[in-house]
Design a protein around this ligand. Structure first.
Ligand code: ZN
Length: 268
């Protein structure tokens, strides 16, 4: 299993967010600029906008939406967010927006014309799309979701919906807790030891139990047949800000209970 040719290219971009609570606000975040994924309409917005503030006040028990555009000439797009529970469930976009169906889940499957987001504070935001951006999935993968199979579920849902082989898919892994900072306890190492090979233990679980969920996700994507050159790992640590320049991301590990939430979105 080789992950040597995955990419690390990203650029800083601005978006305008419109909400009843914050009003109109221009916010910055990173997006992938790797050749395979630069045309995907997506972004990872950090401490410029605490998405949690909007969501808690809005409708804590259900999914909510936020309006966003990349420039003044564009219409605002409603980004739909699911109620996340650290599960391995994938929700179809049409199910998510159906007011008669109550559902939670940690990933949303989209087709052309649809847009969804997820919120994180150290967990991994993952985006996978099919050729020509016809179908896509946006995933919230914490260590639980990742170890229990949400990445495999996301790839399977996407190949099934799009009819494409996983070798034709493109993926972007956003800012999350890096192994520079993310030390895990027995709860995590036990579960890893139960299911993973020596490879995972040696490569991903470093000295003093420093663990990289982003690299775990990367390796899972490769195991599922996505080509390394079609995967872009942003390699920004949400805890210490490594590789993020002046821009930082919210971190539960760094800020505790009061931590805000980062917004990751995908618009097809
Ligand atoms: Zn770090």
């Amino acid at each position: 299993m080789s992950s040597t040719s995955f990419k690390h290219n990203y650029e800083l971009v601005n978006w305008e967010i419109d909400s009843e609570i914050l009003g109109s606000k221009v916010v910055s975040g990173y997006k992938s600029s790797a050749p395979a994924s630069c045309n995907i309409n997506h972004g990872f917005i950090g401490t410029d906008c605490n998405i949690n503030q909007l969501l808690d006040i809005a409708k804590p028990d259900n999914h909510v939406s936020i309006s966003l555009r990349s420039n003044k000439d564009e219409q605002f797009t409603k980004i739909q967010l699911p109620k996340q529970t650290h599960s391995t469930e994938i929700i179809n976009f049409q199910t998510l927006i159906n007011p008669n169906i109550e559902c939670d889940g940690d990933a949303v499957l989209l087709k052309k014309g649809e847009a969804a987001g997820i919120k994180t504070a150290d967990c991994v935001p993952l985006i996978i799309v099919s050729a020509n951006n016809n179908f896509g999935v946006i995933v919230h993968a914490g260590w639980r979701g990742a170890v229990r199979g949400i990445v495999q579920n996301a790839v399977n849902s996407l190949t099934k919906a799009s009819g494409s082989a996983s070798s034709t898919l493109t993926a972007v892994i956003g800012p999350a807790a890096g192994d520079c900072c993310y030390q895990v306890g027995e709860e995590v190492t036990k579960e890893l030891n139960n299911i993973e090979s020596l490879y995972f233990k040696k490569i991903l679980l470093k000295e003093n139990n420093h663990f990289s969920v982003p690299k775990y996700v990367l390796n899972t994507l490769i195991s599922e047949g996505i080509l390394a050159e079609n995967i872009n790992l942003l390699d920004i640590c949400s805890i210490c800000g490594r590789n993020s320049g002046d821009l930082s991301y919210f971190s539960y590990r760094r800020e505790g209970q009061k931590a805000g939430r980062n917004l990751s979105f995908l618009k097809l």
